[in-house]
Design a protein around this ligand. Structure first.
Ligand SMILES: Nc1ncnc2c1ncn2[C@@H]1O[C@H](COP(=O)(O)OP(=O)(O)OP(=O)(O)O)[C@@H](O)[C@H]1O
Ligand SMILES: [Mg+2]
Length: 251
């Protein structure tokens, strides 16, 4: 069996404007890959393109998931195949209670109850008192992140994509979110892609590979903590002039 996700020479446009150029990125089974990159470099756009969010047009390349070409499948079909995303800025959904959203994520009917185990997970995420509020409506920044990550964990994805799970989250919540994510990944053997700026989540989640995305293209691949350390020391300016720059992933 090959990698769980294989992205080959992917180029993406929004309204005719090129946002991503010739991206090559693999995620092996049971592994976690990290994407670093400055604001506006295209990290969220890459996730949107992988998921098939309307407007992010793949103009070149392919996305293979679990051996199947999913490049032109709909968001719905991709979710059903086992890709789950916790978005960077999850929307507020008026009229839908968090409890019912969690049931949908766990693929339950609205008349069914959440199981003891699911309620226990909501409790660990400190969201029990919010179950009867509208999804994300008037939630604080950290509450939105916890709710988004709880939702995606209940979907039990084979590939878990987390767009900045640690941005705007307090220290205790990072420990909580990080340990629940790591526990899910070790228990199920699922893979993950994590976008992070500060890397706080990597203190709790074991990551295998990292990549730096700048100006819509990948500048390098490396060991995630080494890449993070180098960014902290030299900034992204260091990536611009790095002699190890390569745009193809090497094993
Ligand atoms: N739907 C869109 N329409 C127009 N421009 C877009 C769209 N989506 C993304 N962009 C632009 O593409 C660039 C990359 O945006 P993206 O959200 O992917 O960055 P990012 O790397 O996730 O940044 P951040 O770290 O700030 O989250 C930005 O300049 C953004 O304004
Ligand atoms: Mg982003």
């Amino acid at each position: 069996m090959g990698p769980l996700l294989q992205i080959r020479n992917l180029s993406v446009e929004v309204a005719g404007e090129r946002l991503l150029e010739d991206i090559n990125f693999d995620v092996e089974r049971g592994q976690t890959n990290v994407i670093f990159g400055p604001n506006g470099s295209g990290k969220t756009s890459l996730i949107n393109a992988i998921m098939g969010i309307p407007g992010y047009e793949v103009v070149g390349g392919t996305i293979i998931f679990d051996g199947k070409d999913i490049t032109s499948l709909s968001l719905d079909e991709k979710v059903r195949l086992g890709i789950g995303v916790a978005f960077q800025n999850p929307p507020e959904i008026r009229g839908l209670k968090l409890r019912d959203m969690l049931k949908m994520c766990a693929r339950k009917g609205l008349k069914e109850d959440l199981s003891e185990e699911e309620l226990e997970l909501a409790k660990r995420f400190n969201l029990t008192s919010m179950l009867d509020r509208d999804v994300n409506f008037n939630f604080s920044g950290g509450e939105k992140k916890r709710s988004e990550i709880l939702q995606v964990l209940l979907m039990k994805p084979k590939l878990l994509i987390l767009d900045e799970p640690d941005s705007g989250v307090d220290f205790e919540s990072i420990v909580l979110i990080g340990s629940e994510i790591q526990s899910y990944l070790s228990r199920t053997g699922s893979s993950a892609i994590i976008v992070t700026h500060q890397g706080h989540i990597l203190e709790h989640v074991e990551a295998h590979r990292g990549a730096v995305l700048m100006r819509g293209t990948i500048y390098c691949y490396g060991k995630p903590l080494e890449v993070l350390d180098s960014i902290k020391r030299k900034g992204y300016g260091g990536c611009e002039v790095c002699k190890r720059r390569r745009t193809r992933m090497q094993e």
